[in-house]
Structures are given as structure tokens and as C-alpha cells.
Ligand binder design. Structure first.
Ligand code: G4P
Length: 541
């Protein structure tokens, strides 16, 4: 078992692709899957295009709008590796879910459209990866079209994101003049050809050594001279590549290609699998838990309710951190303080995938959830293990929720409770007398629509949302905070979260700054403090 465990850990890679919508994530994912005959492991796995025609009617909103609202996990094998790709929603407006998926990843691939460079959503997701200190690999896409100069893109990564890059390969031309990429380590040019490239199979791959005579049949003299010049510039002026810097997320290995024509995807995948880390240890309240620890342990990072509206079901997505998961096993649920049987995934899942008998560190399992799990829960063989919580992110859009049918208020509350456990929204209670309607906060404004839609279709509760003028939520840390005296009409309002922790909603940067200046004794933090460090308000406020 120990040898088997070591082997299974060593061959696993678990990562997520971060990008702005339209950079080509769906396309790149499809191409990656070409190389590895995908096995559906957990959740909805259909590519965006396929999903438009999906017969399953869960997440109707998603279908109607042709967008991907939820994230899923897919597993494929390639070479001797078992790869877990955690999908993150691709739409402009995204939720906390997107952020939390990154908590389950060991590395990220940052996909950039060569013409657009670093875009807003990439920036937000990058920040989360940075916080976690995971390695980030960059794939610059759409070289078959005109885009920015590669050196300019490297500059942008440094100035906008604050990360230095190391081009593993270098593009030769772009758009109609795109000739291919030069592999700096192997010193060969992978020649671009569009022949047969739009089909389902991979394109013919031709590589020519840069020092060979044959190179003259591929590149013109001018092209070759320019390539030599640029490579020299990189060799002399660029960073040196080290595994340490890449592992720490301080230097991003950079690749160029074109996902649509399937060019540069295989070399990228090969290098990625060599350089990306195997499953890493995770912090518990008692110190790090190594993946090769013989006892099973994992944490829940995402909950998805009502995947099949015909059956009231919830799936908890658990990332295995150590040891081996065996189908049907029991584990200690640290928050509940009792053993639970890790029940097999629901029917819906079973139809989508080959049933799993076991899983190893890095893998993600969808567990049937009869209401037992919350995001951040630890499940482990034996007691005494508790992973550090999955962070909750500060919402940026707020609204008061009112039930449009007083007789269905209970359903609305149940729905809100479940959707907040799932992470679709965060729920806050107002503190003033008589203000009973809850406030919801979301990370992306689309989540309001999702909330309204799902409450109506899944819980039969029609709601009205009154948008509030706030844009920041900050948990308050510090003694002598008096929530009753803190409100300031229109500029700030005190509320409390599910755990009774106080937060202040601020209208804008100015209002926040003003409070910070006037109240140096208080700290306004954008991530929920761990419960043990904060003081809940007396219940009811
Ligand atoms: P996303 O998931 O990141 O949102 O992007 P997606 O893969 O759906 O790609 C967005 C658009 O960019 C698609 O075009 C896709 O074909 C195109 N694209 C992706 N990779 C490349 C590439 O390497 N080169 C070029 N030239 N285009 C690329 P679309 O017209 O919106 O959709 P479709 O009609 O092709 O499906």
C-alpha cells in the first residue's frame, strides 16, 4: 500500500485553468482531453458547446444563456499521469465557487488571448492563486491571429500581475505569418501547419532543429535572423528558469500556441506534467498533512445542490489530500464529531462517469450529501485532523431579499440557507429593529439572477431583490466595536454573517478609507476571520 500510495501520488496532477471569457478555455480543455480519453469523475463534464444541447435539464439557466455557471471536475490520463482538471465557470460574472475551486488545485494554467493580454477576470483569479502560492503556468493563445508582441505580453505580466515569466518556447510570427514556436530547451522549431487542424485528431507535428540545414526550408532568412536576435535577448536579459521559483509561483513558465488549431498544446501538456507539482501537503490545525500519509483525509471545497431537480439532491465535492479513498468507506467528520459513511455519488453522477472504486490524493470525489457537509469540512480516517478553512471571499454586490409570497417565506429561507451553504450567495442579517429581510452578498452580479431563478424553480419561492448601494463588505476585528452606533446612512451599514460575526457594508473606497482613518482601533478585513479569532455578536444583534 505504501508503495502504491507513493506511486499514485507521484503520477497525479491537479490543476485549474484561469482565464477571462473567450480566451479559449473550452477549446483548450477539449484539446487537452483529446490526448487523454477523458474519464468523467465528478460533476458536469460536458464541454460548453455540447452543453447547449444537453438533455439533462439541471441548471436550466445555464442552458438558456449558454453559459457555464457551475464548475466541475474532469479526469484524464496521459503518459503515466492521472490528471485532474478542475473547471472554473467561464462567464464574465462569476461566483465564490470559482475562487474556492482554486483551493482544491495544486497548480493553475493562466490562459491569455494574445490580442487582449491580461483581462479583468484573469487578474482576479490570478490574485487568488497568488495568495495560495501555487505555481502558475501561462499559455498565450490564438497565435494564428494577430496579437500583441510576445515581449510586450511578458511586460504586461510583470507590470499588471507582478509576476516574471520564462518563455519555454517562443513564437515565430503571428496571424497569417505564424510559422511555429521555437522550443528553447530542445532547440527545435515546431512547425505550424493548418492542415487537418480543425478535425478531432491532432495535427501533424513537425520539428526541425534550429541548427540544421532543413530550417532554411521552414523559415526565411529574415525570420531566422529575427528569431536568433530575440532568443539572444531572452538568454541574456531574461530570468533564469529554476524549479524553485516556478514551484513558488514567482516565475511563470510561458508557452505560446493556438488551441483552436491544436498547435502547441501537446508540447505544453508535456512540459506542464513535468514541471507541475504532484499533490502537495495541506495545512491542518496541527501542521501539514502529507499526501503520502497512509491514512485517508480530505476536505469539502464545493457543494452543488439540485443537480437533478427531479430528486432533491446535493453533491459535496471533496478533494482527497492523503491516503486512499475506498468506495463506501466511513470517515470522521470533524465538525460534527462523528463517523459518517462517504456515500456513493448520486445516480446523476453514475450516468455521467464510470463508477470509482477508489481515489488517491489529488483526486476529487462527488459525495451524495444528505445535508451533512459544509464547505471546508474535513473528513478523515481517525480523529484529530482538521484542515484550515477554505476561504470565504468578500462579496461586492448586495441586495435585500423580500419574499413576494408571504406564505412561502419558509421555503425562501430554506432555499437561501442551502444556496449559501453551497456558496452561491452569502447571507447577512440586518441588525436594526424590525429589519427582518436578509441581505445577500455576491461576488459576481450574475449570481443575483441565479439566486432568483433557483429559488423560484427549486424551492417555489418568488423573491424581489432590492439592490443596495454598497460595494465592499469588511469583517470587523477589534474590541469596543459598537454595531448599533456605527451605521451611517447610505455610506455604511452593519450586518452579521451566518456565524454571528459583524461586518460593515461600505458604499465605496472613500467610505471604507474614512472608517479606517477614524477608527484606527478597528480592523476591517476582507476575508472572514476564523471563528476562533473573532467575537460573534450576541445572537439577534
Ligand atoms: P472560453 O471557454 O474561454 O470562453 O473560450 P472558447 O474556448 O469558447 O473560445 C472563444 C472563441 O475563441 C471561440 O470562437 C473559439 O473558437 C476561439 N478560439 C479559441 N482558441 C482559438 C485559437 O487558438 N485561435 C483562434 N483564432 N480562435 C480561437 P467563437 O467564434 O466564439 O466560437 P465558435 O463558433 O468557434 O465555437
Amino acid at each position: 500500500m505504501t508503495n502504491e500510495l507513493h506511486r499514485e501520488v507521484a503520477r497525479r496532477r491537479t490543476f485549474a485553468i484561469i482565464s477571462h471569457p473567450d480566451a479559449g478555455k473550452t477549446t483548450l480543455t477539449e484539446k487537452l482531453l483529446l490526448y487523454g480519453g477523458a474519464i468523467h469523475l465528478a460533476g458536469s463534464v460536458k464541454a460548453k458547446r455540447a452543453r447547449r444541447h444537453a438533455t439533462s435539464d439541471w441548471m436550466e439557466l445555464e442552458k438558456e444563456r449558454g453559459i457555464s455557471v457551475t464548475s466541475s471536475v474532469l479526469q484524464f490520463s496521459y503518459r503515466d499521469h492521472s490528471v485532474n482538471l478542475l473547471d472554473t465557470p467561464g462567464h464574465q460574472d462569476f461566483s465564490e465557487d470559482t475562487y474556492r475551486t482554486l483551493a482544491a488545485a495544486d497548480a493553475a494554467v493562466m490562459l491569455i488571448d494574445a490580442a487582449k493580454g491580461v483581462e479583468p477576470q484573469t487578474k482576479k483569479l490570478f490574485k487568488v492563486c497568488r495568495l495560495r502560492g501555487i505555481p502558475i503556468f501561462t499559455f498565450v493563445n490564438k497565435l494564428d491571429r494577430y496579437g500583441r508582441e510576445p515581449l510586450e505580453l511578458m511586460n504586461e505580466l510583470e507590470h499588471v500581475l507582478g509576476i516574471r515569466s520564462y518563455p519555454m518556447n517562443w513564437p515565430i510570427g503571428m496571424g497569417p505569418d505564424f510559422r511555429g514556436v521555437y522550443d528553447r530547451q530542445a532547440r527545435v522549431v515546431h512547425v505550424f501547419s493548418t492542415e487537418g487542424s480543425h478535425g478531432e485528431s491532432e495535427v501533424s507535428e513537425r520539428s526541425v532543429a534550429i541548427d540544421s540545414d532543413e530550417i532554411k526550408t521552414v523559415l526565411t532568412e529574415t525570420e531566422l535572423a529575427k528569431l536568433h536576435e530575440e532568443i539572444e535577448l531572452l538568454d541574456i536579459g531574461g530570468d533564469e528558469f529554476t524549479r524553485e521559483k516556478s514551484d513558488a509561483g514567482q516565475l511563470t513558465p510561458m508557452f505560446f500556441g493556438s488551441a483552436m488549431t491544436n498547435f502547441g498544446v501537446r508540447p505544453f501538456l508535456d512540459a506542464f506534467l513535468d514541471l507541475a507539482p504532484a499533490p502537495t501537503s495541506r495545512l491542518t490545525t496541527q501542521g501539514p498533512r502529507e499526501p503520502t500519509h497512509p491514512k485517508f483525509a480530505g476536505f469539502v471545497f464545493k457543494i452543488q445542490a439540485n443537480m437533478d431537480p427531479a430528486h432533491r439532491d446535493r453533491i459535496a465535492f471533496m478533494r482527497v489530500v492523503s491516503g486512499r479513498y475506498v468506495k463506501g468507506m466511513s470517515a470522521f467528520h470533524s465538525r460534527l464529531g462523528k463517523d459518517v459513511r462517504l456515500a456513493k455519488p448520486s445516480q446523476f453522477m453514475a450516468a455521467e462517469r464510470t463508477s470509482i472504486e477508489d481515489a488517491w490524493p489529488g483526486d476529487v470525489i462527488g459525495l451524495f450529501d444528505p445535508g451533512l457537509y459544509r464547505i471546508g469540512d474535513t473528513l478523515a480516517e481517525g480523529t484529530g485532523v482538521e484542515f484550515e478553512g477554505v476561504p470565504r471571499f468578500s462579496p461586492e454586490f448586495f441586495a435585500v431579499v423580500r419574499s413576494r409570497d408571504p406564505l412561502r417565506r419558509k421555503q425562501m429561507e430554506k432555499g437561501l440557507e442551502q444556496l449559501s451553504e453551497e456558496g452561491t450567495v452569502q447571507i447577512f442579517q440586518q441588525l436594526q429593529m424590525g429589519m427582518k429581510d436578509p441581505i445577500v452578498g455576491v461576488v459576481g452580479a450574475l449570481q443575483f439572477e441565479v439566486l432568483q431563478y433557483r429559488l423560484e424553480h427549486e424551492y417555489g419561492a418568488k423573491i424581489a431583490l432590492d439592490r443596495l448601494p454598497f460595494s465592499h463588505a469588511r469583517w470587523v476585528v477589534g474590541a469596543n466595536f459598537d454595531p448599533k452606533a456605527f451605521d451611517w446612512e447610505g455610506n455604511r451599514q452593519t450586518v452579521q454573517d451566518r456565524d454571528g460575526l459583524p461586518l460593515v457594508l461600505f458604499r465605496d473606497d472613500w467610505a471604507l478609507q474614512h472608517a479606517e482613518d477614524k477608527h484606527p482601533e478597528l480592523k476591517f478585513v476582507s476575508e472572514a476571520p476564523q471563528l476562533r479569532q473573532a467575537t460573534p455578536l450576541a445572537s439577534g444583534g
